[in-house]
Ligand binder design. Structure first.
Ligand SMILES: [Zn+2]
Ligand SMILES: [Zn+2]
Length: 269
């Protein structure tokens, strides 16, 4: 059973379909009580030189935010809508991004570390390494975990989306110790880890069994996220069943919602 989701995209990122209103209507139809938008964050890259194919531009952020906040008000008696972003942690852009997000009323940020960077001055999606590409290099997984830990320590991240996006194909002992380090940082910073249901739906390399086995041992809070890139991702019984099975297999501690929605669930749970 799932009636809360904080991970959804819109056509604005350039690789998803659907308007915000279409997602809200689909969520209502499937009985959701909370629906959060977390489109891929824009990045304050130097304009024109660097054009990303996976995110809106900075100048498009205000319209996205206005659209979601208007719907939040319009639908407030039927469903709770939240305005969020799926952010990348790139130190050289993060403060400016936070300022823009705050100025536009963004309520929450989830972390999606799609790029492995050196966490230093020169890291961005153009010079970095896509985390989903298989690599046997211990330095890459180490850099991924370093970035994730630094991001979670900022206090801005409400949960970590597809933490197992990194596709390490080297020594399993390295995978185990690095991902255990990630889980411990998440515990320390009270950041829940997401089982990514787009990965479940499309049988991607994540959710990664070896990772969720570790999470079962470290005892992190776990949250389910649709990562909807299309309205048809909402409320699919077979995906729910597979996600439940994974949760049960490793005895994961699932939380159904974030603290900002505690008031909605107090009486029923
Ligand atoms: Zn996407
Ligand atoms: Zn993502």
């Amino acid at each position: 059973m799932m009636d809360v989701n904080y991970h959804s995209h819109t056509a604005r990122c350039g690789h998803a379909d659907g308007t915000e209103r279409e997602y809200v209507e689909a969520a209502l139809q499937k009985g959701f009580r909370v629906f959060g938008f977390s489109d891929h964050t824009p990045q304050p890259y130097p304009e024109e030189k660097q054009v990303s194919r996976m995110r809106m531009k900075m100048k498009e952020l205000p319209e996205y935010c206005r659209t979601v906040l208007d719907l939040k008000e319009e639908y407030k008696d039927r469903i709770r809508i939240h305005l969020g972003l799926e952010v990348e942690y790139m130190p050289k852009y993060f403060d400016e991004l936070c300022r823009a997000a705050d100025a536009n009323g963004v309520e929450y940020m989830i972390l999606g570390q799609h790029f492995v960077t050196d966490a230093g001055e020169h890291s961005d999606e153009f010079t970095g390494f896509y985390a989903g590409i298989p690599t046997p290099d211990p330095a890459v997984i180490r850099a991924y975990v370093d970035s994730a830990c630094a991001a979670m320590a900022t206090g801005r991240i409400v949960y970590f989306a597809h933490p197992d996006l990194i596709r390490f194909v080297g020594d399993p002992a390295v995978y185990d110790s690095e991902m255990r380090r990630l889980c411990e940082a998440a515990l320390k910073n009270h950041v829940p880890l997401e089982i990514n249901m787009l990965g479940v739906m499309e049988h991607r390399h994540y959710p990664t069994e070896a990772f969720w086995k570790i999470v079962g041992e470290t005892g992190n809070d776990v949250i389910w996220g649709l990562d909807a890139h299309h309205v048809s991702s909402i409320g699919r019984p077979e995906v729910l069943a597979d996600t439940q099975a994974l949760t049960d297999r490793y005895h994961l501690h699932r939380i159904t919602h974030l603290p900002m929605d505690d008031d909605l669930f107090e009486k029923t749970e």
